[in-house]
Design a protein around this ligand. Structure first.
Ligand SMILES: [Zn+2]
Length: 444
């Protein structure tokens, strides 16, 4: 078992950004040997779980409800995940005043997986003879989510199960992300007093500030996965029900609300000049633009739109229709236009990222980035047959008509705002420019 260089430093960044606000003794650069030891003890237990054969079980991080993760007694007994071998660091759901210790435990899934893999089954003399009993153990636990397995999802085009996202926790990952943002904003507000002592240079301030941005982006990924997403419950024939089920419409809309509030709106917590002007003379406008551009690209990703289209094809009005999702996204991203408010520098950049992503989807995006999951194509086919797992063909899907519709609607809204008169000069020339860009994308 190896520990990589810099582990203790990374632990400190994660403790401060995830649980520092709720555990002030951890919000420091001078962790006690006990506190650092506890953090490293968890990493050791995770690596030992690998050593006995357990793979990352991301699904096990998403079984305990947020209220349990805020309950000290519950967390002391169970930790914050049903497995020590999923990818998660600390319990960012617990809030200041909850009194929840950031401790990890070997989880119920870990114990079950070891039992399943190692327990001697009396009477079975070959591996095949064990199968019936092993399957029976799975089936009799099927309704208890803490006994389920699911590998981790990460990467822009494969964020489709919010209960398998890397570094996420709780049975309600969107509410969890809200709690996480509260802790994160608390950390940002107190960062200098927590980690700096007289005579320190600003290396630590910079690394912790960047860690807060990284953590922010994680929560964006966690929420976005619900939009057009599905959940996974691996089963074999003989067990009831489907393996993949669409995320309910209401939960997808909850994800959009989180995205609006924390990702698309200007992140004031990241703009504290008392911190920033100790680190750089300039740069934050571009840094925030880059994160928000990523946020817009993630939301208006072609693979996500394809998933929404497929959900609509089967669920109709019960689906979060792709046109509704795009209407909601447009209203969130261009809110100032309908409210007659001036648009700040950060939001103007984010809105241009939206126009650029729309242009990309209409004219550039191609299909090779995304194919449905492989389904083991063993049939004897003809070379002229389309592949079983056909790549997304953007030009023949509903994606381009949907985006064109959005740009036409937006152009009308921008023109109406300009006709009514826009007082703020930068807002006015931004809206005029946006219309020129839209004309360039869909024709005048
Ligand atoms: Zn691992």
């Amino acid at each position: 078992m190896n520990f990589y260089h810099g582990l203790a430093e990374r632990m400190r960044w994660q403790l401060v950004s995830q649980v520092g606000a709720a555990n002030l003794h951890l919000a420091t650069n001078e962790l006690s040997p006990e506190d650092l030891g506890e953090a490293i003890r968890y990493v050791a237990s995770h690596e030992i779980a690998h050593a006995v054969g357990l793979p990352h079980n991301q699904r096990a991080n998403f079984v305990y409800p947020p209220e349990s993760l805020r309950d000290p007694e519950f967390v002391r007994q169970n930790g914050h995940s049903a497995s020590s071998v999923g990818r998660t660091r600390f319990n960012y759901v617990a809030q200041p005043g909850d009194g929840v210790p950031p401790e990890r435990r070997v989880g119920v899934w870990d114990k079950f997986a070891v039992l399943w893999g190692y327990r001697v089954i009396p009477g079975a003399t070959t591996p095949e003879e064990e199968l019936e009993t092993l399957n029976q153990w799975i089936v009799e636990r099927a309704d208890q989510p803490w006994y389920r397995f699911g590998s981790a999802l990460f990467g822009m085009d494969v964020e489709w199960d919010p209960y398998r996202m890397t570094e996420g926790i709780s049975s309600d990952p969107i509410l969890a992300a809200r709690y996480g943002m509260r802790n994160l904003m608390g950390a940002s507000e107190s960062l200098m007093e927590w980690i700096l002592a007289p005579g320190d240079d600003y290396y630590e301030l910079e690394t912790h500030h960047l860690q807060l941005l990284t953590q922010w982006n994680r929560y964006a990924e966690h929420a976005a996965a619900a939009v057009g997403g599905s959940s996974t419950h691996h089963k074999r024939f003989g067990e009831d029900g489907p393996v993949y089920e669409p995320i309910p419409r209401e939960y997808q809309i909850e994800a959009m609300d989180f995205y609006d509030e924390f990702i698309l709106q200007t992140p004031g917590w990241a703009l504290d000049l008392a911190q920033l002007r100790r680190l750089e003379h300039a740069g934050v406008v571009e840094r925030v633009r880059a994160y928000q551009e990523l946020g817009v690209q993630r939301l208006l990703n072609h693979a996500r739109l394809a998933r929404l289209i497929e959900q609509e094809a089967f669920l109709g009005d019960n689906a979060y229709r792709p046109a509704d999702m795009l209407d909601d996204a447009r209203a969130m991203i261009w809110r100032e236009v309908s409210e007659g408010e001036p648009i700040d520098t950060f939001r103007r950049n984010m809105q241009r990222a939206y126009l650029q992503q729309a242009h990309h989807l209409l004219h550039e995006a191609e299909s090779e980035h995304w194919a449905p999951p492989r389904s083991g194509n063993l049939r004897v086919g003809n070379n002229n047959d389309p592949p079983l797992n056909a790549d997304l063909h953007i030009a023949q899907s509903d994606i381009r008509p949907l985006i064109r519709d959005q740009l036409q609607l937006l152009r009308g809204e921008l023109q109406a705002a300009l006709d009514a008169g826009v007082g703020d000069r930068m807002t006015r020339i931004h809206l005029e420019d946006a219309i020129v860009r839209i004309n360039g994308t869909i024709g005048g």
